[in-house]
Structure formats: structure tokens, C-alpha cells
Design a protein around this ligand. Structure first.
Ligand code: DX5
Ligand code: ZN
Length: 219
């Protein structure tokens, strides 16, 4: 697998100081993970396009936008246009993932597909050639601070196997409960991009937490 990407989730940061919180991980984080929730797809509400547009000007770290919203066809391209590096939408919310992935690439971002806890990955393996990232949830989407679910790693293994067989370049990202005591298992299963909210922004020194996670993932 490629060298590991560490993507701290600002969901666990102080929303009143977003620019500073992102600048605190400048130079250590590979991506900033931005959790967009609409209180429809998930029972929680966070931030949206205006915040992404404003925050984009505060940092040079690539944005990894995770859309936990219904109707991603309506909204996802605007995040690409706002300068997101990667835009990930949920399989459960989209009836034509290939079309949306193509739209996102045309709009200038990478395209990601997210698979929530209760969704099997098997039906989506044939879509891998159209995707830049596949996000395997290692919790049920909706809230930070939940316990990592190791049984989700079977999905990571299935994707990694298919990517190897078909010689595909795709980032396999995991999200939920990723911390020093879980990241190695996820890396062993074949993940090479790691979202971490609590483990980074809950740490006394976020930059040091990122370095530690990266070292564990690369081992
Ligand atoms: C939850 C979000 C996650 C969340 C992870 O639905 O998708 O990105 O921020 O938080 P931790 O790392 O605390 O589990
Ligand atoms: Zn997320």
C-alpha cells in the first residue's frame, strides 16, 4: 500500500476556533477531514458549504470532505468547486455513484464513496475503477468518539484484495475510533488513509498525536 495518509477530523476540534485548530496541524496532517452532516442522513448536524469555503482560505492542507447528507448529487459538486481535494458521499444516499464520481472528477476533486456500518461492500467492488477513495466506516456514521468496530475490517480486506487483483490505485480510508490502539489493525487489513478525530484533537499535542499515528500505520 501507499504511504499512510493521516486525516484529522475537525469534528473533534473547537468549532469557535476552526482556523487555528486547522493551522495547528499544518505540516503534520496530510488531509483535514471535514464531516458534513445534515440531520437527515444522520441524526446530527454540523457544518456545510459556507464554512468549507471560508476555512479553505485559512490553510493549505488538502480538504477531505465527508458528506453524511441525503441528496449528495445536489451538493457534492459545490464542495469540489469550493476547493475540496477529495469529496466522499455515502453509497446509501446515492442511486448513481458512478455518475456522481464522474461529476466530481470533472469538477476538479477526487471522488470518494463511503460505506456505512450496516452496508455490505461487495456490491460496490465493481465501482472501484471510478473512485479515488473508498471510505469504510468503522462505526455507525453520525458522531465522533464511538468505539472502533474491528469486524468492519473484513470490508477493508475485500476492497484491498479486489484492488490488488485488478491493479487499481485507490485509497482505502477508515473512519471511526481510529487511535493508537486500533490503527495498526486497520493498516494490516489494507487501509492506507486514516481519519482520527478524538485521537488527534483530544490529545494534549495534536501534532505529536498525528506523528505517532503515522508511525504506527507505517510499521
Ligand atoms: C463520524 C465521523 C467521523 C468522526 C470520527 O460520523 O464521520 O469522521 O469525526 O471521530 P473519532 O475519530 O472520534 O471516532
Ligand atoms: Zn468522517
Amino acid at each position: 500500500t501507499a504511504s499512510p495518509i493521516i486525516a484529522p477530523s475537525i469534528l473533534a476540534s473547537d468549532f469557535s476556533r476552526l482556523a487555528e485548530e486547522v493551522q495547528a496541524i499544518e505540516g503534520t496532517a496530510d488531509w483535514v477531514h471535514v464531516d458534513v452532516m445534515d440531520n437527515h442522513f444522520v441524526p446530527n448536524l454540523t457544518i456545510g458549504l459556507p464554512v468549507v469555503t471560508s476555512l479553505r482560505k485559512a490553510t493549505s492542507i488538502p480538504f477531505d470532505v465527508h458528506l453524511m447528507i441525503t441528496d449528495p448529487q445536489r451538493w457534492a459538486p459545490a464542495y469540489a468547486e469550493a476547493g475540496a481535494y477529495n469529496v466522499t458521499f455515502h453509497a446509501e444516499a446515492c442511486d448513481d455513484p458512478v455518475a456522481l464520481a464522474k461529476t466530481l472528477r470533472a469538477a476538479g476533486s477526487k471522488a470518494g464513496l463511503a460505506i456505512d456500518r450496516d452496508t455490505p461492500v461487495e456490491p460496490y467492488l465493481e465501482l472501484l475503477p471510478y473512485l479515488d477513495t473508498i471510505l469504510i466506516m468503522t462505526i455507525k456514521a453520525g458522531f465522533g468518539g464511538q468505539a472502533f468496530m474491528p469486524e468492519m475490517l473484513d470490508k477493508v480486506r475485500d476492497v484491498r484484495r479486489r484492488a490488488q487483483i485488478n491493479d487499481l490505485e485507490i485509497r482505502i480510508e477508515v473512519d471511526g475510533g481510529i487511535a493508537a490502539d486500533t490503527i495498526e489493525r486497520a493498516a494490516e487489513a489494507g487501509a492506507d488513509a486514516f481519519v482520527a478525530g478524538t485521537a488527534v484533537y483530544g490529545a494534549a499535542d495534536p501534532a505529536e498525536a498525528i506523528r505517532k499515528l503515522r508511525a504506527l500505520a507505517a510499521a
